[in-house]
Structure formats: structure tokens, C-alpha cells
Design a protein around this ligand. Structure first.
Ligand SMILES: Nc1nc2c(c(=O)[nH]1)N[C@H]1C(S)=C(S)[C@@H](COP(=O)(O)O)O[C@H]1N2
Ligand SMILES: [Mo]
Length: 341
């Protein structure tokens, strides 16, 4: 599609007013009806940790096995927007719910993508708090009640492109990170935002592996964090997030490789210096701070020119900024994108 023909995503289009359903008692036991299935296929090198073959096709509906629903939060949760569409703004089909919930990268549980759902069953996501501080005038700790009552939950359908060259189309539920950041009032010294995942080796067996610098840390420049496409997600397909997809609250930055979208966040800090993310610490020559999806800059061990959409046979072309160029290119006007990977 030619650049000027591309559909611009107007947030009001993504989230029509009628999707905000009236607030009513909505206990998370709606999740009891949720069944997750396992994905058959070849275990991949997770985020390129082990040198590995390029991803192979996966049959997303193989090997059905039931999993328990996540624990029921004690907080009252307003109804989440129900699913309104079956495709993204480019006409790409949503990835099946079962695939999104059984093909995961979550190293706190395991390096195997197909094993996360099972190991994360029973992961305790309530009570939960997100501490927001650092260079802010109004530091604050948000509990789940604050998050669900304080911010209108919207539907956002985004492509997610993993650095390993597979992708999905996911109908998230969440709200702009900017709304939360505005509440804590970043000071003029704040230039970056640093995020941290829960550290709890008793619940997250992968964290007992000392070769990885836990807890998982990610970061954004403040203007990236304030961009309307950047959300804190609380759900998928109109249901609360499952443990394996990052419950109860995770970051989603759709124009960057998936590893930036940090799961199960407990801490958000406004800082002056560029934070060192987990992947920068682990392999700085392979994973940069920016990690913008870019078909023209290969990973040192594989091409990024194409990707495998989960559920599809064959590969498709990867697009600059994962198809969100019109919305985000101006954030990087001054930067040489081949150097700032
Ligand atoms: N805390 C944490 N967040 C994480 C990861 C992780 O291992 N730990 N993996 C990242 C990677 S590499 C990807 S591709 C996405 C995968 O999200 P999904 O499992 O919901 O598809 O989560 C990202 N967030
Ligand atoms: Mo990833």
C-alpha cells in the first residue's frame, strides 16, 4: 500500500464511544469460561538467546489441553470493552485467542514458548501494585482497583512483531500509558521511563536461572512513552490478561519488537538517563534500546526483512515501524535508524 494511502489510526476510530460499556459488577470469574490450548510445533530460540533455525510454521489448534483460569481478583472490575472487530486497520485477521495464549515468550517461567501457559497457571496477580515514582511530583502506588477505576479501558487492535521474526494481530484491552504518567506529573528532568517486572522466584521458576539478570527491565524515551499508541494492557479479546500474556498489567508498544512490551509490571520509574534494559545487558550487540521494527536492519544472526504471521503458511514482508510509520516516524526524525537499532 502506498504510504499516503495508508489508513491513519485515529484513536476515536479504534475506540468508539459505544465500546465503553456501563460500569457494572464484573468479577473476573468470567475467565472461568476461558480455555487455553497448547500449541504444537517446534520450540524456537526465544528472542535469539540460543542460535537457532528461523521459526517454523505452527499449527495453532493442535494438542488441546485445558488450563485453569487465573485467580479471581478481589477488586471490582468494570466491564471491559467487548471485541468489536475481526481484523486490524490493514485488513489483517486477528490471531486466534488460543494461539495468543499458548505461544508466548515469558522467560520468568521458561525459555520454551509452548511451556509458559502451563507453568504460569496459578500465578498470583491479585493483590498487585504498580509503584510509579522517580522524577515525578506526585509519586503514587496504584493497586488494581485504581487501575481499573481510574482509566477507561479501550480496545486496541495491534500487530505484534517479535524480534525472532514471528508476528500476531492482538485485540488488546488497555489504556494509554500517557494517562497514568500525567497523573504522577513527571518533572522537567525526566527523560526516560524505566519498567520492571515482578521478581518472585518462588512463583517464577525461570528466575532461579542466574544467567539472566532478573528482574526483567525495559525502557522508553519519555516522548515514546507518552505517544498515544503506547498502552498499558489489561486484557485481550475482551477478557482479562492471562498470566502467560503478562497479567495483570503489561506494556504494549506496537511499533517496536515484542521484547520491549514488558509483562507483569510492578514498578515504573521516571529517570534522567537511558535505562539499561535486560536485553541490552544480556546482548548489547543484538538488542538495542530503541528496537524499532525495521526490515532494513538485520539482526546479527538473521534477516528482519520478512516474518511469519502465526496461523499463516509462508512469510510476509516486515514493514518499517511494524506498519505504524505515519504515526511514529516523527519521533525519530533526527536519528539514523540503521545506527540506533
Ligand atoms: N517480563 C517479561 N516480559 C516480556 C518477555 C519476558 O520474557 N519477560 N518477553 C518479551 C518478548 S520477547 C515478547 S515477543 C513478548 C511476547 O508477548 P506474548 O507472549 O504476550 O505474545 O513479551 C515480551 N515481554
Ligand atoms: Mo520477542
Amino acid at each position: 500500500m502506498a504510504k499516503d494511502e495508508r489508513v491513519r489510526i485515529d484513536p476515536s476510530e479504534i475506540t468508539p464511544e459505544h465500546l465503553y460499556l456501563s460500569r457494572r459488577k464484573f468479577m473476573a470469574n468470567v475467565l472461568a469460561g476461558m480455555g487455553a490450548v497448547a500449541v504444537g510445533g517446534v520450540a524456537l530460540s526465544a528472542c535469539g538467546r540460543q542460535a537457532g533455525p528461523s521459526p517454523t510454521a505452527v499449527d495453532v489448534d493442535e494438542h488441546v489441553r485445558p488450563t485453569e483460569p487465573p485467580s479471581t481478583p478481589a477488586v471490582e472490575i468494570p466491564s471491559l470493552p467487548t471485541l468489536s472487530t475481526s481484523e486490524d486497520e490493514l485488513g489483517d485477521k486477528l490471531t486466534p485467542y488460543s494461539a495468543i495464549n499458548t505461544y508466548n515468550n515469558y522467560y520468568e517461567f521458561t525459555f520454551s514458548k509452548e511451556g509458559v501457559a502451563e507453568l504460569a497457571q496459578g500465578f498470583k496477580t491479585d493483590p498487585w501494585t504498580v509503584e510509579v515514582g522517580g522524577l515525578v511530583n506526585q509519586p503514587r502506588t496504584f493497586d488494581l482497583g485504581d487501575i481499573f477505576s481510574g482509566f477507561g479501558q479501550q480496545e486496541r487492535v495491534y500487530r505484534m512483531r517479535c524480534v525472532e521474526a514471528w508476528s500476531m494481530v492482538i485485540p488488546w484491552v488497555g489504556f494509554p500509558l500517557a494517562e497514568l504518567l500525567k497523573e504522577v506529573e513527571p518533572t522537567s528532568n525526566a527523560k526516560y521511563v524505566r519498567f520492571e517486572t515482578l521478581y518472585d522466584p518462588d512463583q517464577m521458576p525461570g528466575q532461579r536461572n542466574k544467567s539472566f539478570p532478573w528482574p526483567y527491565v525495559e525502557g522508553l524515551r519519555l516522548d515514546e512513552a507518552m505517544h498515544d499508541l503506547t498502552i498499558l494492557a489489561t486484557g485481550i479479546y475482551g477478557k482479562l490478561l492471562s498470566p502467560q500474556t503478562g497479567a495483570p498489567v503489561r506494556l504494549v508498544v506496537p511499533w517496536k519488537y515484542g521484547f520491549k512490551s514488558i509483562k507483569s509490571i510492578v514498578k515504573i520509574e521516571l529517570v534522567e538517563e537511558m535505562p539499561t534494559s535486560t536485553w541490552m545487558a544480556q546482548a548489547p550487540q543484538e538488542y538495542g534500546f530503541y528496537a524499532n521494527v525495521n526490515p532494513n536492519v538485520p539482526h546479527p544472526r538473521w534477516s528482519q526483512a520478512t516474518e511469519r504471521r502465526i496461523g499463516e503458511i509462508g512469510r510476509r514482508k516486515t514493514t518499517l515501524f511494524n506498519g505504524y510509520e505515519e504515526q511514529v516516524a516523527d519521533l525519530y526524525e533526527e536519528m539514523d535508524l540503521s545506527v540506533w537499532f
